[in-house]
Design a protein around this ligand. Structure first.
Ligand SMILES: *Cc1c(COP(=O)(O)O)cnc(C)c1O
Length: 394
């Protein structure tokens, strides 16, 4: 079948929630994707910051295949080896004490919100606790996660959302302080805002939040679903700021393609949940956990975090030259291999041209191109991207 036929069938049968790019991908290898006509694309989207290891990593694929033949699912009524191994690795990497596995980032946020409310409930028995979230944030599409997502466009038609959510300005401590009451139980934010346009938090902001949270026993929740797992040059972005959250959420690169998310917390917080408080049928099943476990092994084996530090400086320098060279390129923002290039025009046209030239780019907001390549990306491949991007811009 031709690409157009697949696109036609998909569009006839899917609920139309995405305006997809007109390409039908068939396979991937390293940092390259191939469509069904065999055309090769350099991938700087990585399935939205998911495929950190690059496509077709043999060790990763073999681990998943072996687990498929052994055991795919058991439910959480039982133990299995991949669960124990994955939990230990997540706890160690995140410097937390306990973890709960989910099937997606959105569900990790739901769990984090529930855990924060339960923690506060155990303190004062109140049921009117509030959460402070940031404008221009993104935490997911379920009603709880949507309620803390600072984007009116996503929320409006779906009201009423969950109550007790207030919004503050990202990177403005003053505006957070204004929203705090004696009912505030948590502050939730992305250390580097992703969908909102790639905005890193300032150190002063995170430090300020931490000290308010400690003073008032408010829980600090960092959504590291996109910026975590090595992407910014440390396993989790907060590790560079030296500001540790009480709860951290992760997903995207956690399973590198197998759907899995997690929220992890410190002991004093985690113990607020007791059997019956939260659950999931699929979450943390043997297949997902085998993927998570292998992902951590490969991060270590490939020394991926060190690699990110090295190549991301090169990417930043390359993008900075575009800011100088082209009038329509306004500014670069980001951390590590999570970069954004803001243009003075909508980015849709540039992204379509890049796709035509064999380069996959994605956007973050209407005027920002987002660069979130597989973490194994090399300097040569960054050069290849910059060359294609310049052609697309011209
Ligand atoms: C992608 C994302 C989510 C939602 O994760 P899903 O797996 O799509 O449910 C939440 N928060 C952040 C920061 C994200 O980037």
């Amino acid at each position: 079948m031709e690409q157009q036929e697949y696109i036609h069938i998909a569009e006839e049968n899917l609920i139309h929630t995405y305006n997809r790019y007109p390409v039908v991908f068939e396979k991937g290898d390293g940092v390259y994707l191939y469509d069904i006509n065999g055309k090769k694309y350099l991938d700087f989207g990585a399935g939205i910051a998911v495929f950190a290891l690059g496509y077709n990593n043999k060790e990763y694929n073999d681990a998943i295949k072996a687990q498929v033949d052994r055991l795919i699912h058991t439910s959480n009524l039982f133990y299995h080896a991949p669960l124990a191994e994955a939990a230990k690795k997540v706890v160690k990497a995140s410097c937390m004490d306990r973890v709960f596995f989910t099937n997606s980032g959105t569900e990790a946020i739901e769990g984090a919100i529930k855990l924060a409310r339960k923690y506060a409930y155990l303190k004062d028995n109140r049921t009117d606790h509030e959460i402070i979230a940031m404008h221009h944030s993104f935490h997911g599409r379920s009603l709880g996660a949507l309620s803390v997502t600072g984007n009116v466009k996503y929320q409006e038609a779906f009201r009423p959302l969950i109550g007790g959510v207030k919004f503050a300005e990202f990177n403005c401590l003053e505006s957070v302080l204004e929203q705090i009451t004696d009912r505030t139980c948590a502050i939730i934010l992305e250390p580097v805002q992703g969908e909102g346009g790639i905005y890193p938090a300032t150190a002063e902001f995170l430090e300020g939040l931490q000290s308010i949270c400690r003073e008032k026993d408010i829980l600090l929740i960092f959504d590291e679903i996109q910026c975590g797992m090595g992407r910014t040059g440390s396993m989790f972005a907060w590790q560079q700021y030296g500001v540790k959250p009480d709860i951290v959420t992760m997903a995207k690169a956690l399973g590198c393609g197998i759907p899995v998310g997690a929220f992890a917390a410190e002991e004093r917080v985690a113990k607020a949940f007791v059997p019956g408080d939260h659950g999931t049928t699929y979450g943390g099943n043997p297949l997902a956990c085998a993927a998570v476990s292998k992902v951590f092994d490969l991060f270590e084996k490939l020394d991926l975090v060190e690699h990110v530090k090295e190549v991301s400086a090169y990417l930043e320098a390359g993008l900075d030259t575009l800011v100088e060279k082209y009038d329509i390129v306004k500014e670069r923002r980001g951390k590590g291999l999570m970069q954004g290039l803001e243009l003075t025009i909508p980015v849709g046209e540039v992204i379509l041209r890049a796709l035509d030239l064999g380069l996959v780019l994605i956007s973050a907001g209407s005027q920002t191109i987002r660069f979130v390549p597989p973490l194994i990306i090399t300097k040569e491949q960054i050069d290849e991207m910059l060359e294609k991007l310049q052609k697309a811009i011209q």
